[in-house]
Design a protein around this ligand. Sequence first.
Ligand SMILES: [Zn+2]
Ligand SMILES: [Zn+2]
Length: 300
Amino acid sequence: MTVLACGVCRTDLHVVDGDLPSPAIPIIPGHEIVGRVDRVGSGVNGFAPGDRVGIPWLGYSCGHCEYCRTDRENLCRSARYTGYQIDGGYAEQAIADARFCFHLPPGYDDEHAAPLLCAGLIGYRAYRMAGDAWRLGIYGFGAAAHIIAQVAVQQGREVYAFVTPGDSTAADFARSVGASWAGWSTDAPPAALDAAIIFAPVGRLVPEALSRTRPGGVVVCAGIHMSDIPSFPYKLLWEERVVRSVANLTRADAHEFLALVGDIVIKTTVKPYPLREANAALDDLRSGRLTGAAVLVPSP
Ligand SMILES: [Zn+2]
Ligand SMILES: [Zn+2]
């Protein structure tokens, strides 16, 4: 397919920095690909040349292991991931397994659709793991948070945004997409949280978030990589609080999320970069200079 746009995700930084085990090297990063189908292989159903498609992080799962047979292909031991073990979308052309591609909702242009494919999709899996929390805390307000906050608010929840101390741009951004409160990650929110999602790859936020969560609450760690979690007193976990991680996505997650954001339109905030500026986009993400999501657009 021809790549129309490709989102830049924090996981790409972890791939480029060598934080993750067993990448394919050399590898073309990028797993938020919006493409136009040029050709389909024999036996492909559901896609035809000219279709716009989205390609997410999960590029392959085996289909027959214990995890795949129990709706947990996100944990498949033989899974392979786009932009990590399968060449991704920092490119003008890409090849994907049609069984792991998706039609995209029409209400989003290519650049604005790209962040839905990881920030949105894996963010949504983390959001589901937060259960029916009414007061939802979000630590780290980047691409995933700005999508999930809008979903949460449209579903009648209250969003409490926690950003790096001093980053008033991020706090303003959080309020602009519906957060009812935004403050520093070291601050106490005005009310105890029912659940918290941690998008920032910062382990010390785990005890921090637990300390802000009420009994029975859950803290969801949504990143693929996190710095070490410091030890903390048991009383922070006591009273049936839960800490859990979220790994990857299933195709069912993608179908559910893409249908949802077809019905309720989310405004993704994107900063386009020409493909040749991919390293600048990664640097901006690393240094926290971005508001929303960076998206690479191949030059015409
Ligand atoms: Zn499997
Ligand atoms: Zn990602």
